[in-house]
Design a protein. Structure first.
Length: 185
């Protein structure tokens, strides 16, 4: 697998409203574990749409991993131009800092937001262009990742298209391991 789309919930869908939330550490750690093994197997590109939450946290992980794996590249393909336009100033700066460090950045529809079809087009385009999907997802808590998953499952039914899901159980295990390690120090 040369390229993978990474996505998941937006921060607010997880009850995370600031960058200091403890849960972000474990989400990033889980993403890092998955990406490390994929890079060892030949992954070259991580593709995100730049949405707040899991996607930008994944971008931070990619930028961190590039120190160890300089061949790893980050692509930010937004659904429309200026998607950060209405975000709070601090959030815009955070987003722009990540996008500036990306190896490739473009807008899929190459026009400002005009309707929700652009979001569906983004999902279909990214799944069509990538070799797999890495998704933070809970089957019992549908949300924005469901749209990617539905499209990916359709592709997976017809061809080899790996879907790697990070579940709440995966995150719980990371928390427990961390607690165990700190307890035994």
């Amino acid at each position: 697998m040369k390229s993978i789309v990474v996505s998941g919930y937006k921060g607010h869908e997880l009850g995370i409203f600031d960058q200091k939330h403890k849960g972000i550490y474990f989400i990033k750690k889980a993403i890092e574990q998955r990406l490390r093994s994929l890079v060892e197997e030949g992954l070259e590109w991580v593709i995100i749409s730049g949405q707040l939450g899991v996607e930008l946290w994944a971008a931070e992980v990619v930028l961190y991993l590039k120190e160890e794996y300089p061949q790893l590249q980050l692509a930010v393909l937004t659904p429309f131009l200026n998607q950060e336009e209405k975000w709070q100033e601090a959030t815009k700066l955070y987003y722009q800092e990540i996008v500036q460090q990306a190896d490739f950045q473009d807008s899929i529809t190459r026009r400002p937001y005009d309707n929700a079809v652009q979001l569906r087009q983004k999902n279909e385009f990214l799944i069509a262009k990538a070799d797999g999907l890495l998704l933070l997802y809970d089957e019992e808590k549908p949300g924005t990742p469901t749209y990617y998953l539905e499209i990916a499952k359709k592709r997976e039914a017809h061809e080899h298209f790996p879907i790697v899901i990070i579940t709440p159980t995966d995150l719980d295990i990371l928390v427990q391991e961390e607690q165990y390690e700190s307890f035994n120090e």
